[in-house]
Design a protein around this ligand. Structure first.
Ligand code: ZN
Length: 410
């Protein structure tokens, strides 16, 4: 007969369960009052006020609406950062939930209301128990969806003013069973670049094409040629997406327009390939336009880089899940994701890892029907607590899962 030993974080789970529905209620409150990028005034005030109340040293307006809470304990010298995002999306909510958005056209359709509540629940528990030794920093960032809030916080001195040795973040993931964890070492999420190509010719009568420079034909040829980048230029073992998602130009079947605008989204998983694809898109656009006597104007603003998890920190994060939740809670075959995420900027500055927790069988992220699964809130909070305690006990102090938590036994 096998005896099941309690998991080391069982007491954390008990304590977080003791908060009852407080953080679910908070999550639903945040859901009902979503705020767009850099407008997270109410949300960041709620976050900062809570943290102050629990004894955190709080810095507000780091990167416009970002908040950083710092809590020190013991003599440990390690410094850990955990990050959550706070912003919502410009989507008209269609869930019909009693706590649905009260701001038409703005919606928490990516679960950042959940991520914020998860980290707050963990922050409260860590402040109440002080079962760690070192410096804990909880980072609440604005503008993940667009506007690069992580980079804005970094530009505002995030890691100089609030140094960390490693930084971690998480995202809920629809389609993965609720509460299952996913870890990926190395490239985990794609870079994203928007490309706008304007093919400029010379318009005229549709019946007299010889008197025009037809940008429609040049654009059609370019669309096909762009597909050769993935198949003919990039290493077949690299993952790349080149999608022409929009073509606009012309108003009538018998009029050749002056110009056509193409909009592309480009995804890659490393910086070198990203640069290679950029060079090929520009070269093909210019050469194709020229081949038809037209010209191409290419706008290529830099988007988010690929999110590349650091191997050592990812293995640490995985071990935390295995130790505190058990083997069957860790997905064996979690695959890289072609969506993008601006936590990538933080991972370019400091070692760390971005992990995933299943949201169950919900609508997809960015859908007007999406909803964060409240059942995973306390589990994810327990994970952050366990990770913080393990990370901040690895130095000189005894394991953090030791005595201080005994006090929580009812
Ligand atoms: Zn998101």
């Amino acid at each position: 007969m096998t005896v099941q030993l309690p998991l080391p974080s069982a007491k954390i789970a008990q304590a977080i369960a003791g908060y009852g529905d407080e953080f679910v209620a908070l999550r639903r409150k945040l859901h009902s009052q979503p705020e767009l990028a850099y407008k997270e005034q109410k949300t960041s005030k709620i976050v900062a006020d809570y943290l102050e109340g629990w004894g955190y040293e709080v810095a507000r307006n780091v990167g416009v609406t970002g908040v950083v809470g710092t809590l020190r304990n013991g003599s440990g010298e390690r410094r850990l950062g955990i990050r959550a995002d706070m912003d919502a999306l410009p989507i008209l909510e269609a869930t019909g939930l009693p706590y649905a958005s009260t701001t038409p056209g703005v919606m928490h359709a990516c679960g950042h209301d959940g991520h914020t509540s998860i980290l707050l629940a963990a922050a409260r528990h860590l402040a109440e128990t002080h079962a760690f030794s070192g410096t804990l920093r909880v980072i609440f960032q604005p503008a993940e969806e667009n506007g690069g809030g992580a980079q804005t916080m970094i530009n505002d001195g995030l890691f100089e003013r609030f140094p960390v040795d490693a930084v971690f973040g998480l995202h809920n993931w629809p389609g993965v069973p609720a509460g299952q964890f996913g870890f990926l070492s190395g490239p985990a999420m794609a870079s994203v670049d928007l490309v706008i190509i304007r093919v400029v010719g010379k318009g005229g009568h549709g019946a007299k094409p010889h008197q025009t420079v037809d940008p429609v034909v040049a654009s059609a040829s370019l669309v096909m040629a762009l597909q050769s980048i993935v198949s003919r230029n990039v290493d077949p073992l690299e993952m790349v997406v080149v999608t022409v998602g929009s073509i606009h130009g012309g108003i009538a079947p018998n009029v050749i327009p002056d110009s056509i605008e193409l909009q592309l989204t480009v995804r890659t998983f490393n910086d070198a390939v990203r640069e290679q694809v950029k060079a090929r898109i520009i070269a093909l656009a210019e050469a194709h336009a020229q081949g038809y006597g037209a010209t191409a104007e290419v706008k290529y603003p830099s988007g988010y880089p690929a999110l590349v998890n650091h191997p050592q920190e990812t293995e640490f994060a995985r071990q935390v899940a295995l130790r505190h939740f058990g083997t069957d809670r860790v997905e064996q075959d979690f695959r890289p994701i072609t969506a993008s995420e601006d936590f990538a900027f933080m991972l370019k500055e400091r070692p760390g890892s971005y992990l995933f927790i299943g949201n169950g069988d919900s609508a997809d992220l960015h859908s007007p029907l999406y909803n964060f699964n409240d059942a995973i809130l306390s589990e994810a909070a327990r994970y952050w607590v366990a990770l913080a305690q393990d990370y901040l006990s690895a130095s000189d102090e005894p394991p953090a899962s030791g005595t201080p938590l005994e006090a929580l036994t009812p």
